[in-house]
Design a protein around this ligand. Structure first.
Ligand code: NAD
Length: 477
């Protein structure tokens, strides 16, 4: 078993609890077992809810400054131990070292940002228009938050929820993805070392995700659900939360268009495409999924992108020399290969850019030329290093094809200048638009989608409000 420095139990009420049954965590680059972790039953999930509910009574009235200082310490510990965090991420997720280190840094920043936000929660005071009363508004912590996170950003998706929840005065039960639980368990340890009181953060890992989650969502002590994952699972959970009219924040799937309009700088677009597509090996909800390139740029853009893909080195992510690591599992890798097969069946030629190591869940990058809008590669979230290229001639046609999806998380717009870019960005039906750049995510910015990409926003000033409830007092003053 390779050694990773993360706890392996369930974190409930400030104690690490071991379970009889264990779950193996695999390194997808070598297929070796990294660790064996706890396997929570429904009863353990409900114990975690009870611990969070008890802790809420004190944490919710703990002065914001004190909560902020704990979050600040979590930021400092994590920043001092970025490489430890990156190592766990890279080993269990497979991603390249540079991406793992980037994620660890990004994840730590949520602790810093929300430590600053904790003491800036505003209320409101105004007179009613006819002056018969005053309108006082307050924001109070909503209560116990149940959090479910995906495998693609095991650190950042956890801190993007834990940091605002704790800043708001909420307590948490976090269930990380089965593929990548060790990073979340390590973050639990960081928060404990930072001084989070027992029960404020609870973490459960389980092989019985459905039953354990359903029991937690049905428990009246749980006040909100914060989910990041696929639209498919998100819709299932929304149906369950409807039974209790439970507030839900949903960060769901994407199908991001990348559009290079006439006059865009091709080299800048290729550099942007490499980030928008290849960060995290293409396994990002924000990954550029479909490339719409104006006909005047298409040949040059495609040739340069092919060269950039071919230059990438592929191998275990833990080796900093590799640009592209393994996919998280063989199952996820094979989903991408199946989608490529479907595309080939539709008549495109898909040639791998490189050879890949025999052992491990590796996949070569692909640039796929002459893709038709509406075909499989443009309809599905690929979640891997595949770049389908569609050519367009007319600006309106480019915008129409980009918006022709049920998803609306992010769009990438490359235009001849920022002014034109922003004008086009306003036409995009997505919660976020990156203009002439390949990356938009920032802890200080509101992250979230339109349409079936989600409900609510994480990060920025909005993020803390997912964990606050507005209360209005009508008072004669
Ligand atoms: P997934 O939906 O399969 O799993 C996400 C989480 O839900 C995991 O923890 C999983 O164990 C849990 N889950 C699965 N079935 C469940 C059930 N019946 N009840 C309760 N929980 C259940 O997604 P994934 O494959 O882990 O992640 C990839 C997806 O996540 C992609 O669609 C991606 O776009 C999306 N994502 C979105 C964002 C965002 O911020 N919008 C960020 C990262 C990933």
């Amino acid at each position: 078993m390779s050694s990773v420095t993360a706890p392996t139990g369930l974190l409930i009420g400030g104690e690490w609890q071991q379970t009889q049954k264990r779950i193996q965590v695999m390194d997808p680059a070598t297929f070796t077992v990294l660790a064996e972790i706890g396997d929570a039953e429904v009863a353990d999930g409900l114990d975690a809810v009870a611990a969070a509910h008890d802790a809420f009574q004190t944490w919710s009235v703990t002065p914001a400054r004190q909560r902020a200082e704990i979050l600040r310490r979590a930021f400092e510990i994590m920043s001092a131990e970025l490489e430890t965090c990156a190592r766990i991420i890279s080993l269990e997720n497979g991603k390249a070292w540079r991406d793992a280190l980037g994620e660890a840094t990004y994840a730590a920043e949520f602790f810093r940002w929300f430590s600053e936000e904790a003491s800036r929660i505003e209320g409101g005071f105004r007179y009613a228009p006819n002056r018969d009363k005053t309108i006082i508004t307050d924001h109070r912590p909503i209560g116990v938050a149940y959090m479910i996170t995906p495998w693609n950003f095991p650190a950042a998706m956890a801190t993007r929820k834990l940091a605002p929840a704790l800043a708001a005065g909420c307590t948490a039960v976090l269930k990380p993805a089965g593929e990548t639980p060790l990073t979340a368990l390590w973050i639990g340890d960081v928060l404990q070392r930072a001084g989070a009181p027992a029960g404020v953060v609870n973490i459960i890992t389980t092989s019985q995700t459905g039953p354990v989650s359903s029991a937690i969502l049905a428990d009246p002590r749980v006040a909100t659900l914060s989910f990041t994952g696929s639209t498919y699972v998100g819709k299932m959970l929304l149906k369950q939360t409807a039974d209790r009219v439970l507030p839900s924040s949903m960060e769901l799937g994407g199908n991001a268009p990348f559009i290079a309009f006439e006059g865009a700088d091709v080299d800048a677009a290729v550099s942007g495409a490499m980030i928008a597509k290849m960060r995290n090996g293409g396994a990002a909800c924000t990954a550029a999924n479909r490339f719409y390139i104006h006909e005047s740029l298409a040949e040059e853009f495609t040739t340069k992108l092919e060269s950039a893909f071919a230059a990438l080195t592929i191998g275990p992510g833990i080796d900093p020399a590799n640009d592209l690591g393994a996919m998280v599992s063989v199952k996820e890798r094979d989903k991408i290969l199946e989608l490529l097969q479907e595309a080939v069946g539709e008549g495109v030629v898909a040639t791998p850019s490189s050879t890949v190591p025999e052992l491990g869940a590796f996949i070569s990058p692909y640039v796929v030329r002459d893709v038709i809008h509406g075909s499989a590669l443009t309809r599905n979230e690929v979640f891997g290093p595949v770049a389908p290229i569609v050519t367009f001639t007319d600006e309106d046609e480019g915008v129409r094809m980009a918006n022709d999806t049920e998803y609306g998380l992010i769009s990438y717009v490359f235009a001849k200048d920022p002014g034109t870019g922003v004008k086009l960005a306003r036409r995009m039906e997505s919660g976020m638009v990156a203009v002439n750049r390949g990356l938009a995510s920032d802890p200080a910015a509101p992250f979230g989608g339109m349409k079936e990409s989600g409900l609510g926003r994480e990060g920025g000033f909005a993020g803390i409000h997912e964990f606050l409830e507005t209360q209005y007092f009508a008072v004669d003053l």
